[in-house]
Design a protein around this ligand. Structure first.
Ligand code: SAM
Length: 245
């Protein structure tokens, strides 16, 4: 059972009163019964084990029988700046990187991207990606959902990335691998990782990334699909940071 995210204002002393989407999902999709245990995490990174007490009304009530604080953040956080990919490839990157514990995902508008979000559909697209990220974080029992950030043009990101250190995954690059680069160690640090689109990075983007202080890194001589490169690189970084294992 996933650890569902709730708001702390849904907690009333020793019970939780859920309404809206989560209540409907628990009752209609998961068909939880009175007496069943559910796992809930609030925005203060506090997790509750609660027993379903009432499903009869419009919402759902559960009685808390155990709670715990989330672990203190010991590692830097990861920001994945992923060039927008076609169709469900982007959904897949968002889902897998959320399971792997990235803190935020910034959709990049890259010169050689096959698709770019249409302004009139952007709000819906971001809300959909946020749902995918939140569901993946719940399923993997993360302590908070990743944030889907407002999209940026790739070169704008390269010159204004809000990170302690940022890397650009560069295909056809014979340089340093992700295993060998120095990483910041402070828990409050943020590591950025930029991954290109199906068509790869344009020369202007590579130059802008280098001027913007991003370190070029390689995943070896093979040319990976963007989604494979993104998930491989996030896995390597999370492993090195001690989050995986
Ligand atoms: N169309 C490009 C080409 O054939 O050269 C390939 C682009 S690749 C499908 C998409 C993105 O994945 C790249 O821009 C890069 O960010 C990343 N990538 C793929 N293979 C990589 C590798 N071996 N090392 C570093 N990054 C890689």
């Amino acid at each position: 059972m996933p650890a569902f995210f709730i708001r702390s204002d849904e907690i009333r002393e020793d019970h939780i009163v859920l309404s809206g989407d989560l209540s409907r999902h628990l009752k209609a999709s998961l068909r939880v019964k009175v007496g069943e245990s559910i796992l809930l995490t609030d925005e203060r990174r506090r997790r509750y084990r609660a027993r379903v007490a009432d499903v009869a009304g419009p919402g759902l009530t559960a009685t808390i029988y155990d709670s715990q604080e989330g672990p203190e953040e010991k590692w830097p956080s990861l920001l994945l700046a992923q060039a927008v990919l076609k169709g469900d490839h982007m959904d897949w990157v968002i889902q897998k990187s959320s399971e792997l514990g990235v803190r935020s995902i910034l959709p990049l508008i890259a010169r050689r991207g096959v698709v770019r979000p249409r302004p009139d559909r952007l709000a819906g697209q971001l809300a959909r990606w946020q749902r995918i990220a939140t569901e993946a974080a719940q399923q993997s029992e993360q302590w908070e959902p990743p944030r889907i950030l407002e999209p940026l043009d790739s070169e704008a990101f390269f010159f204004s990335h809000p990170t302690s250190q940022a890397f650009i995954l560069l295909e056809h690059h014979r340089g340093t691998g992700l295993l060998d680069v120095a990483l910041p160690a402070k828990a409050g640090a943020c590591i950025g990782l930029a991954v290109g689109p199906e068509g790869g990075w344009a020369r202007e983007e590579i130059e802008a990334a280098q001027e913007g202080g991003l370190h070029s890194v390689t995943l070896g001589p093979q040319i990976l699909r963007a989604e494979t490169a993104a998930v491989s690189a996030v896995s390597i970084l999370q492993c090195r940071l001690g989050r995986l294992g």
